[in-house]
Ligand binder design. Structure first.
Ligand SMILES: *[C@@H]1O[C@H](CO)[C@@H](O)[C@H](O)[C@H]1NC(C)=O
Ligand SMILES: *[C@@H]1O[C@H](CO)[C@@H](O)[C@H](O)[C@H]1NC(C)=O
Ligand SMILES: *[C@@H]1O[C@H](CO)[C@@H](O)[C@H](O)[C@H]1NC(C)=O
Length: 247
């Protein structure tokens, strides 16, 4: 009687592993072919950013450099609202070169998790940085709340659209205006228009998305279910595992 469930488990496991080997064989999916457009499109509110990334050729730049840059990249992705809330003409007033710099300013040549950014030393180099200390981003954390600051804007870093080496993509609700373009000459005070009334009610906190946070699973060992139930659970688990592998 005791041998029956065991046999079942072994059988399931064997079938499962064989199926897994077959399922994985024909899909060697080359790593390093990340589709940034797809990541942003999935976010649903980055059409302006996607357009700018394309216009400035930075989409292909980033995607191709992701294959060779061993440090990875981090992109701060302003929402469509963020662009809409810019002072009118702020973007159109820029030359093509300045637009490229503005986009490069939203990218760091290094992968940072949100928890990395809470403790990073400022200022952080961006792709726009040529001279050390210029075109940098400053990060400040208070508890689990992380802000990015350029000297012109200071805004929370919210949602992680992707947080996995080699590419991190974080939502920002303001366009990161560099001091070098929007600072000294006060012609662009970048005052948000009145309709920018806190348009992100559902943005999760850094803590929720930071990942790697140890789960507070305490000692649950001494509440193990009875044996038959445990076997049932194992079988169910295997079945689910199998379905996952095969799908
Ligand atoms: C990336 O994703 C976009 C949108 O999903 C798609 O149109 C494009 O063809 C993809 N590019 C590659 C290289 O797969
Ligand atoms: C960023 O931080 C550095 C170092 O703390 C500081 O010297 C610099 O003034 C800061 N820049 C901005 C724009 O806040
Ligand atoms: C982040 O920026 C907001 C304004 O955009 C400010 O109210 C908040 O105090 C800042 N938080 C930190 C940790 O600097």
């Amino acid at each position: 009687m005791a041998s029956t469930p065991l046999t079942l488990i072994l059988l399931t496991l064997t079938i499962c592993l064989r199926a897994q080997a077959q399922a994985q064989a024909p899909a060697p999916s080359p790593s390093g072919s990340l589709n940034l457009t797809a990541i942003l499109e999935k976010g649903g509110q980055y059409t302006t950013l996607i357009r700018l990334l394309k216009e400035t050729q930075q989409l292909t730049q980033i995607e191709s450099q992701l294959k060779s840059n061993s440090q990875g990249f981090t992109l701060f992705a302003p929402t469509d609202n963020a662009f809409m809330n810019l002072k009118s003409g702020a973007l159109n007033g820029l030359s093509d070169d300045q637009k490229v710099k503005l986009i490069l300013f939203h990218v760091t040549p290094k992968y940072y998790s949100l928890s990395d950014l809470l403790t990073v030393s400022n200022p952080v180099r961006t792709q726009a940085t040529e001279k050390e200390g210029t075109w940098g981003l400053n990060f400040t954390g208070k508890g689990q709340q992380l802000n990015v600051s350029t000297g012109v804007v200071d805004t929370p870093v919210n949602n992680a659209l992707r947080q996995q080496f080699p590419l991190a993509v974080y939502q920002v609700d303001k366009v990161l205006l560099p001091l070098e373009l929007f600072g000294e000459n006060q012609k662009s005070p970048s005052a948000p228009s009145p309709k920018s009334s806190k348009t992100s009610p559902e943005t999760p906190t850094v803590a929720a998305k930071a990942g790697g946070a140890p789960s507070p699973s305490g000692d649950q060992k001494d509440t193990a279910p009875p044996r038959n139930l445990a076997l049932g659970l194992v079988l169910a688990g295997l079945a689910f595992f199998c379905m996952g592998v095969l799908s």
